[in-house]
Design a binder for this molecule. Structure first.
Ligand SMILES: *Cc1c(COP(=O)(O)O)cnc(C)c1O
Length: 379
């Protein structure tokens, strides 16, 4: 089956008891057993729930994976991956990372004796410099948040394989519609389904997809033991959101390109970070591993003061000032004070994230309205 058909049909079997075409919300904590140990594959809802099973089947299909596991949030999915590790293990992570991932690694897991190296993965060969016998995981995000840097997934996995190092890709920004990291050699794909997969800004959810049975069993054991599972209503919302992923992503890409070009030509804009510009760093790699460039972008103004940035952020009428991304509506965000506030200022500046940087999640409204809105806000 091709991608658009899978998006609609994967995991969606008519309900066996009624024929309901849409997966019911199985709002139950437990399942009646015929005899001790004799059940229909469902025992207790922390371990299994039919609505969740349908979603996990759909999620796996979207990433060309054998298995999918769904969690109560994106960070819960990340948490499960790090719990594969033991004290003394080392992780190599992108330095231009989702703020919440950085916070979890540095504030929660570091104290359990796991060592994290945050490095620039722009040049994938840089990863080799940090590999030693304790390296167990490479955690990367591409495109990165908020600077839209691209990492060559195939090149990183080629470096990791001979050392038996797991590679996990946070694929939230691209969505499975634009990029499939497992096909490029990664071991695990992680998504915050709160973003493009759910797509409607109405649910918090996360997931992991993988091909290796042993890895799946370990992650399932962590999920069941630690309990960060989603409720069936949330699973239903993500399943429903996924059904329009392809049409939404097409529009996000079209609008993204129009808004990026508008900003680039605006006299008051200094720099636009969007991975679809042919002269953007690693454009060739983006084109090789992605099927489109999406609706995420950031920009700085020629007047680099925080006051001017604040004025733009407070003046948009269609773009709503809010954290998060990937929904149908357009959002505007100030990474330094919002999504990336948990990264110390010194660290932010070092990684090229200036205090005046503005991030956009371009939605699927009329592009002309979005452009007019930005135009009046930038003034
Ligand atoms: C939002 C986000 C997360 C965290 O996901 P939640 O669903 O908010 O827990 C992780 N990575 C990226 C890139 C994100 O945008």
């Amino acid at each position: 089956m091709r991608l658009n058909t899978k998006i609609i049909h994967a995991g969606a079997e008519p309900d066996p008891s009624t024929g309901a075409i849409m997966t019911p919300i199985y709002q139950t904590s437990t399942y009646v057993q015929e005899a001790p140990g004799k059940n229909k594959g469902y025992e207790y809802a922390r371990s299994q729930n039919p609505t969740r099973t349908a979603l996990e089947t759909a999620l796996a299909a979207l990433e060309n994976a054998k298995f999918g596991l769904s969690f109560s949030s994106g960070v819960a999915a990340t948490d499960a991956v790090i719990k594969l590790l033991s004290p003394g293990d080392e992780v190599i992570a992108s330095n231009d990372l989702y703020g919440g991932s950085y916070r979890m690694f540095s504030k929660i897991f570091q104290k359990f004796g796991i060592k994290f190296h945050y490095i620039n993965m722009h040049d994938a060969s840089h990863v080799s410099d940090y590999i030693n016998e304790n390296t167990k995981l490479i955690w990367l995000e591409t495109p990165t948040n908020p600077l839209m840097n691209i990492t060559d997934i195939e090149a990183v996995t080629a470096i990791a394989k001979p050392h038996n190092i797991l590679v996990c890709v946070d694929n939230t920004f691209a969505s499975p519609y634009l990029q499939n990291p497992l096909d490029l050699g990664a071991d695990i794909v992680m998504h915050s389904a709160t973003k493009y997969l759910g797509g409607h800004s109405d649910v918090i959810h996360g997931c992991l997809m993988m091909n290796d049975q042993e890895l799946r069993d370990k992650l399932f054991f962590i999920q069941k033991s630690c309990g960060a599972v989603p409720g069936p209503q949330d699973c239903f919302l993500v399943l429903r959101g996924i059904k329009t992923l392809h049409v939404r992503m097409q529009r996000h890409c079209e609008n993204g390109e129009k808004v990026a070009q508008f900003l680039r030509n605006h006299p008051k804009v200094e720099r636009v970070y969007w991975c679809g510009f042919e002269d953007s760093p690693n454009f060739e790699i983006a084109r090789k591993q992605m099927r489109g460039f999406g609706g995420m972008m950031s920009f700085t103004l020629k007047d680099d003061s925080i006051e001017t940035a604040t004025k733009v952020l407070s003046s948009t009428k269609v773009f709503a000032l809010a954290e998060s991304l990937g929904g149908i509506e357009s959002l505007i965000n100030h990474p330094a004070s919002m999504t990336h506030a948990s990264i110390p200022q010194e660290e932010r500046i070092k990684n090229g994230l200036s205090d005046s940087l503005i991030r956009l999640s371009v939605g699927i409204e009329d592009a002309e309205d979005l452009i007019e809105d930005l135009n009046q806000a930038i003034g």
